[in-house]
Ligand binder design. Structure first.
Ligand code: 5GP
Ligand code: ZN
Length: 112
């Protein structure tokens, strides 16, 4: 069994669990968070399974840069390019899904 067999986001990427797609290309998938913390709250994930941002940065830095550019595009479309980008990393930081995902929070003025 690979790390991804039991992964919620791998199942969402594969279409085995429904999601509200915002963007997709060959390497990257973006979908609405089920429990939004802002007017627009999108999760941007690599289609390959990596546990967290540091692992992605080490193994595929171009994909990490691409995720940032996808986040920028979502914010350009929804709130004149202003957004917050969050990678929760580790249980004690609130990471609950261990497939790296960028939280893109935008669509409205955010609290500081
Ligand atoms: P984390 O806490 O790991 O940084 O973020 C996981 C995020 O995934 C949470 O914001 C949570 O609301 C979201 N989430 C959990 N399960 C699902 C699901 O089945 N579908 C979608 N669209 N989002 C989910
Ligand atoms: Zn996964």
């Amino acid at each position: 069994m690979s790390a991804s067999d039991d992964c919620l986001f791998c199942k969402i990427i594969a279409g085995q669990i429904p999601s509200s797609k915002v963007y997709e290309d060959d390497t990257t998938y973006a979908f609405k968070d089920i429990n939004p913390k802002a007017k627009v709250h999108v999760l941007v994930v690599p289609k390959e399974h990596y546990a967290n941002a540091a692992e992605l940065a080490a193994k595929d830095p171009a994909e990490l840069a691409h995720i940032v550019s996808v986040a920028q595009r979502i914010a350009d479309d929804s709130f004149h390019g202003a957004y917050r980008l969050v990678f929760n990393t580790g249980l004690d930081a609130g990471q609950t899904v261990f497939h790296v995902h960028a939280h893109v929070l935008t669509g409205e003025k955010l609290d500081e």
